[in-house]
Design a protein around this ligand. Structure first.
Ligand code: ADP
Length: 184
């Protein structure tokens, strides 16, 4: 079960299977939380740093065995000291103006993370707003991609029970809620 009450300021049930929350993804109990990692998989700033700090050293030790990760791809590890059982590390595109396949690469992050969840028999998965921090992807555009890709995936694959979008800021939460309504 997911215990969200501690971190939720606001929650919108978009569909039976998709939730949007505001909070700290490292506090979430889920089969997997997704990390917006960098290609080294050895930790960084933003949500990546927060996940590594909360998980403890075991996480970076396992990440070191993975040989990095390409942009748009995803790799899975244990969750170590996190409440989540696993971390799915995906590398979002750095925003370079929109003409460098950023949209398709970001879509791949969501799709490949969900595929990996299914391959590992995971039912609940939480995503941060990949690429929208240090990597500079415009939040509206990224949110539209995130929600539409997840919806499309859930339409075709019924084994995932819950996808949670975790927004760090209240303005991101507003954006997710607005775009979720548009895409209903
Ligand atoms: P990227 O390099 O992919 O842009 P960042 O970590 O810089 O990754 O930012 C991705 C998103 O994660 C941003 O919206 C940022 O506000 C958010 N974020 C940062 N820390 C956390 C956290 N602890 N829980 C959830 N989201 C977070």
């Amino acid at each position: 079960m997911i215990e969200n009450s501690k971190l939720t300021k606001e929650e919108v049930i978009m569909t039976e299977k998709i939730q949007i929350l505001q909070g700290d993804i490292t506090k979430l109990e889920a089969d997997a939380i997704v990390n917006a990692a960098n290609p080294s998989l050895l930790g960084g700033g933003g949500v990546d740093g927060a996940i590594h700090r909360a998980a403890g050293k075991g996480l970076v030790d396992e990440c070191r065995t993975l040989g990095g990760c390409e942009t748009g791809e995803a790799k899975i590890t244990g969750g170590y000291r996190l409440p989540a059982r696993h971390v799915i590390h995906t590398v979002g595109p750095v925003w370079r103006g929109g003409n460098y396949e950023e949209d398709e690469l970001l879509r791949s992050c969501y799709r490949n993370s969900l595929k990996l969840a299914i391959a590992n028999n995971l039912k609940t998965i939480a995503f941060p707003a990949i690429s929208t921090g240090i990597y500079g992807f415009p939040i509206d555009r990224a949110t539209r991609i995130a929600i539409s890709e997840v919806k499309e995936f859930l339409r075709l694959n019924t084994t995932i029970e819950k996808v949670i979008f975790v927004c760090f800021s209240s303005s991101d939460l507003q954006t997710y809620n607005k775009i979720a309504k548009e895409l209903e």
